[in-house]
Write a protein that binds this ligand. Structure first.
Ligand code: G4P
Length: 534
C-alpha cells in the first residue's frame, strides 16, 4: 500500500476523462500533443508525432502495425493540467477503425470532437458522434485548421446541425480566417483573445486579452476585421442558441471552439473552457442502481482487451474504468462475473510518455490489468463482496463480413478457440448460420483491417490456416426477442443468422433492403447494437 495521503473527494472532483473523436487527418494527434504541451507533460511539440513512427512505441504491439506504421488499438494517456488530472482516451482512426473505437467511448465521461474547418463533418466523425449521442455524454466541438482558409464559420455551425442533428453554442468565435486568423472572441467571458505565434506551434502561444470595444483591438485588428467581428457577435446573439449548461451536460447542445492545433492558436482557451464545463466522473448505472463515484467501495468495469502489447510476452492487457472507490497497489477484488477473488497484480497506467505501475487510482481513471485470460469485455470488479454488475457493453453493428473456415479439418478445435478468444477481445464478431446440413461461420468487423489482424493472429498464435470469402453485406441488425422469426418475410439479397449468444440477426446489402424488410414485417424492430441501452 502506498503511504501517500489523498483527499479522496478532491481527487475525484479534479478528474476529467474524455475521448477525442474525429475523422482521420482532422488533427486529433496534433491537438492531443498540444494538450500535453500545455500540461507540461512534454516540453516541445513534435514528440508524439515522432513516437508514431517509432517502431517500438507503446501501442505498436504487433508486426502488422510495424509493417504499416499505424496503431491498431487505442490507448489511454494521463497527465495533469493546472489542478486537473486528465485521462484522454484515444480512438483509433484510418483503416484501423474497429469496435474498440466505439467501446472506448463507453469509458469516457465526455468527448471532444475535432473537425477540419475545410471539410466540416466527415463520415467517421458521424459514426463516433452517434455512439456519444446514444450515451448522452457532453460533446465539445473543436473546429481545427483555422490557419488555413476554410469554410465560413456560420456554414460550419449549420453543418453540425444538418449532418449530426445537434444544436450548438459557439463559445469561441474566430477572428479572421486562414492567414488572417488572429484569435477568438470568447462569448461567455465577453473577451477578445489574440494570439502570437509560438515558434510555429512548438511552444505555447502568447495571448493578449481584453474587451471587444477596447480601441486598442480596433487598432490591432484593423477596422474591417473588427467590424466583421462585431457583426458576427450580434448575429450569433440574436439568431443562435443560448448557452444552456443542462443541455450541454446531456449532450443536446455542443459548445463550439475554433482554433489551430498546429500553431497552438485557441488551444489553451479551449482546454480551459472545456475543463470548466465538462463534469468530473458521474454516477454509473448498474444492476443495483446508480453508483456514485464518491462511494468508497472500489468498483469498475473492463471495456477493452488488448493482446500482446509487449512483444516479449504473450500477455493481454484488460483496461478497467474505475467507477468508484480507490485502487491501491496489491489490492484483491471480486471478479463478479466469475465469482472469484483476483489480486490486481501491478496494474499499469499510461502516463504521457510511458507505461508506469499504478500506486493509487480513483474514479475516472483507467488502469491496465495483466490478463491471464480471465477477463471479458463488460466484466465488473468490486472490492466489497456484492453482486454488483455494470451495464453490459453493447456489440456494435459491423460493416464488413466474410465466410471463414479452416483449411485443415484436424485443426478445427484451435480454429474455434482462436475465433472465440479474438471475439472476446472484441477484434471480430462471429455469427453462425445453418448451411448444407452443417454450420457456416461468418465474421463481421467494423474496419477491414481487422480481417488482416484476424488472419495474421490465427496463423501466428493458433497455427491455423484459413479459407475466407468476402460477402456483399454491409449492414447487420439485431431482431427484437418477441418477433417470430418463422414469419419473417425477407428480401432476396438479405440473410438470417445468429450471434454468439444465439440472438437472431439479419444481414443486409443496402439500406433500401432494411427499409423494405421493416415495411414488410409488422412488429419487427431492427437494432444497430445488441443492447438497447448504454
Ligand atoms: P489525426 O490524428 O486526426 O489523423 O490528424 P493529425 O494530428 O495527424 O493531423 C493530420 C495533418 O493535419 C497533419 O499534417 C497535421 O500537421 C495537420 N494539422 C493538424 N492540425 C492542423 C492545423 O491546425 N492547421 C494545419 N494547417 N494543419 C494541421 P501531415 O502533413 O499529414 O503530417 P505532418 O507532416 O505535419 O506530420
Amino acid at each position: 500500500m502506498s503511504n501517500k495521503k489523498y483527499n479522496y473527494n478532491e481527487e475525484i472532483q479534479r478528474r476529467r476523462t474524455f475521448a477525442i473523436i474525429s475523422h482521420p487527418d482532422a488533427g486529433k494527434t496534433t491537438l492531443t500533443e498540444k494538450f500535453l504541451l500545455y500540461g507540461g507533460a512534454i516540453r516541445e511539440a513534435g514528440s508524439v508525432k515522432s513516437r508514431r513512427s517509432n517502431k517500438h512505441a507503446v501501442s505498436d504491439w504487433m508486426e502488422i502495425e510495424k509493417q504499416r506504421g499505424i496503431s491498431v488499438t487505442s490507448s489511454v494517456l494521463q497527465f495533469n493540467y493546472q489542478d486537473h488530472c486528465i485521462n484522454i482516451l484515444d480512438t483509433p482512426g484510418h483503416q484501423d477503425f474497429s469496435e474498440d473505437t466505439y467501446r472506448t467511448l463507453i469509458a469516457a465521461d465526455s468527448a471532444v470532437m475535432v473537425i477540419d474547418s475545410n471539410k466540416g463533418v466527415e463520415a467517421q466523425t458521424k459514426k463516433l458522434f452517434q455512439v456519444c449521442k446514444m450515451r448522452g455524454i457532453p460533446i465539445f466541438t473543436f473546429i481545427n485548421k483555422m490557419d488555413r482558409l476554410g469554410r465560413d464559420p456560420f456554414d460550419l455551425i449549420d453543418d453540425l446541425e444538418e449532418a449530426l442533428g445537434i444544436r450548438s453554442y459557439p463559445v469561441d468565435w474566430p477572428i479572421g480566417n486562414g492567414k488572417d486568423f488572429r484569435g477568438v472572441y470568447n462569448r461567455l467571458e465577453k473577451r477578445i483573445e489574440l494570439f502570437n505565434e509560438g515558434n510555429h506551434g512548438q511552444s505555447m502561444a502568447n495571448i493578449v486579452t481584453g474587451e471587444v470595444t477596447d480601441d486598442a483591438f480596433r487598432l490591432l485588428l484593423g477596422s474591417d476585421l473588427h467590424d466583421k467581428l462585431l457583426e458576427d457577435i450580434e448575429l450569433l446573439d440574436m439568431a443562435g442558441d443560448d448557452f444552456d449548461l443542462h443541455k450541454i451536460i446531456n449532450g443536446e447542445l455542443t459548445p463550439v471552439y475554433f482554433g489551430s492545433a498546429l500553431t497552438n492558436f485557441g488551444v489553451e482557451p479551449f482546454l480551459q473552457s472545456f475543463l470548466d464545463i465538462t463534469p468530473p466522473p458521474m454516477a454509473r448505472k448498474s444492476n443495483l442502481g446508480y453508483i456514485d463515484p464518491e462511494d468508497r467501495n472500489f468498483t469498475g468495469f473492463i471495456f477493452k482487451i488488448q493482446a500482446n502489447m509487449d512483444p516479449n510476452h504473450r500477455d493481454r492487457i484488460a483496461f478497467l474504468r474505475i467507477c468508484s472507490g480507490q485502487y491501491e497497489k496489491g489490492m484483491t477484488v471480486n471478479h463478479v462475473n466469475m465469482g472469484k477473488k483476483v489480486k490486481l497484480a501491478q496494474p499499469q497506467q499510461f502516463m504521457a510518455q510511458d507505461r508506469v505501475i499504478v500506486e493509487s487510482a480513483f474514479s475516472g481513471d483507467i488502469i491496465g490489468l495483466h490478463d491471464p485470460g480471465i477477463f471479458n469485455i463488460g466484466d465488473t470488479l468490486t472490492f466489497d463482496n456484492i453482486p454488483l454488475e455494470y451495464e453490459g457493453i453493447p456489440q456494435f453493428a459491423p460493416e464488413f463480413f466474410m465466410k471463414i473456415s479452416t483449411i485443415n479439418a484436424m485443426k478445427r478445435k484451435q480454429f474455434l478457440k482462436g475465433l472465440t478468444q479474438l471475439a472476446q477481445e472484441g477484434t471480430i464478431q462471429v455469427y453462425r448460420r445453418p448451411f448444407a446440413g452443417t454450420e457456416e461461420l461468418i465474421v463481421g468487423v467494423v474496419g477491414v483491417l481487422q480481417f488482416e489482424v484476424l488472419e495474421y493472429r490465427l496463423t501466428h498464435e493458433y497455427g491455423v490456416e484459413i479459407n475466407t470469402q468476402r460477402m456483399p453485406y454491409r449492414f447487420i441488425r439485431w431482431v427484437n426477442d418477441d418477433f417470430d422469426m418463422n414469419k419473417l418475410n425477407l428480401t432476396m439479397d438479405s440473410l438470417v443468422g445468429h450471434d454468439k449468444d444465439d440472438r437472431p440477426v439479419i444481414f443486409f446489402q443496402n439500406e433500401w433492403s432494411i427499409r423494405m424488410i421493416q415495411e414488410r414485417n409488422k412488429g419487427l424492430v431492427l437494432r444497430e447494437t445488441s443492447l438497447v441501452t448504454l
